[in-house]
Ligand binder design. Structure first.
Ligand SMILES: [Zn+2]
Length: 419
């Protein structure tokens, strides 16, 4: 039974998990939901800025990126500071209120004191004649101007301190510009770790330099300030009544399709809420017997794959419609019936035993009867130890995959429809 997964790009969900993790403390504190708009279509990179508490001028800043359909953290949360009055609810930012606007905004150009900057963002050096106009009465309000010192209220972009050593323009109130709705919103270097800004987001010089190196304009980066972008929550998987969860000290749970560590290089289970191992109760009873047998000998069963919803199988097939690698959902895999398990062996401390091949190896060496060379004889012995316990418990091997075991008489069990 070929038992390969593959997945649709539900990556947003991982981002939500990341964001939810970053946000949890603030949410528990009852932070008002600023409810920024969803991420713009095509955005694959987002700077997340989350206040530590309602009204706080301290925050965390992280960077997430959509890769292979999954949001991954590219920069773990670092400390940041906000406006002295915290963040303004969506749409409520006003010039001079000392608040950082909340919402999702594109990132614009980078700027700074150096002639060049280590970033892929478009970069502009700030010189002594560069100013940002913060006077709502000016026709150049919320614009960078260069030339003689402006008559309207402004700030210098070449400061006497280090705060604009590195800066990034936040495209807030820039297109179109509403007079008085706030100006000069940047990411920049903080004055000190606990010194607030007038409405910007500021972080350490080191973290600012790192962020500049990681940002990629081809990924249409945005900054999300105040709350995570509104996205659907990840689904909760509810197993059918005859599916039994496999867990306990006899096992090491390593559901490869709930990680990127599989032959598709992407997580195909998280979008469906599959985070645990379930089997049909008939298969569960036999696996339990095998696991107890092995546990008494000092081993644990490593669970790589168990019940796989048909919806996942279809998603896999859309990605890789090749029966050499993925079971055709029109026929269904025995994993879709809940009666197959992909597994290996570990010692009591969880360290995996060496086996003839890795999981989902498509070579002949993965066959359950493949021979091992004399220097790899231990690998075949480990494989056969697993096989012996499984067969004694009444599970049969699949000839071309040493890790796959299933109930005999598989056709008696229907493919489970989950959609
Ligand atoms: Zn399998």
């Amino acid at each position: 039974m070929q038992t390969k997964p593959a997945a649709p790009s539900f990556g947003i969900i991982t981002a939500i998990l990341l964001m939810a993790g970053a946000l949890a403390p603030a949410v528990r504190c009852g932070m008002p939901a600023a409810a920024p708009a969803p991420l713009p279509t095509g955005t694959r990179q987002a700077v997340l800025v989350v206040p530590r508490a309602p009204g706080s001028h301290t925050a965390t800043l992280s960077l997430v990126e959509l890769e292979g359909g999954v949001w991954r953290e590219r920069m773990a949360p670092v400390p940041a500071v906000l406006g002295r009055a915290g963040i303004a609810p969506a749409g409520a930012k006003r010039e001079g209120d000392g608040k950082t606007p909340s919402g999702v905004f594109p990132l614009g150009i980078a700027f700074g004191y150096g002639a060049t900057c280590d970033t892929r963002l478009p970069y502009r050096m700030a010189g002594p004649d560069d100013y940002w106009i913060d006077d709502p009465a000016s026709p150049h309000y919320n614009r960078w101007v260069r030339g003689p010192r402006p008559a309207f209220s402004h700030e210098r972009l070449r400061r006497s301190d280090a705060q604009y050593t590195y800066g990034i323009v936040v495209e807030y109130n820039t297109a179109p510009v509403t007079p008085g709705a706030g100006s000069a919103i940047f990411l920049h270097v903080w004055r000190a770790p606990n010194t607030p800004t007038a409405g910007c987001v500021a972080l350490s010089e080191t973290d600012m330099a790192r962020l500049l190196r990681l940002l990629d304009p081809s990924l249409r980066p945005v900054v999300a300030i105040g709350a995570p972008p509104a996205q659907p929550a990840p689904p909760t998987f509810v197993p059918a009544p005859h599916l039994v969860e496999i867990s306990g000290p006899e096992y090491v749970l390593d559901l490869r399709y709930n990680t990127d560590n599989n032959f598709l290089g992407r997580n195909v289970y998280a979008p469906h809420g599959i985070t645990r191992c379930y089997l049909h109760r008939d298969a569960a009873a036999r696996l339990t017997a095998a696991a107890r047998d092995l546990h008494a000998k000092g081993f644990r069963i490593v669970l790589w794959d168990c019940y796989r919803p048909l919806s996942v199988q279809r998603a896999m097939w859309r990605i890789m419609p090749n029966e050499r690698y993925v079971a055709n959902p029109a026929k269904g895999s025995n994993h879709n019936r809940g009666i197959a398990v992909d597994c290996s062996l570990a010692r009591a401390d969880g360290r995996e035993l060496p086996m003839p091949t890795p999981f989902d190896d498509f070579s002949e060496r993965a066959a359950v009867n493949a021979r091992c060379s004399s220097d790899a004889a231990e690998r075949c012995r480990n494989r056969d130890l697993l096989r012996g316990a499984m067969e004694r418990a009444g599970l049969e091997p699949y000839p071309s995959e040493w890790w796959h075991y299933q109930l005999p008489d598989a056709r008696r069990y229907p493919v489970l429809r989950d959609e």
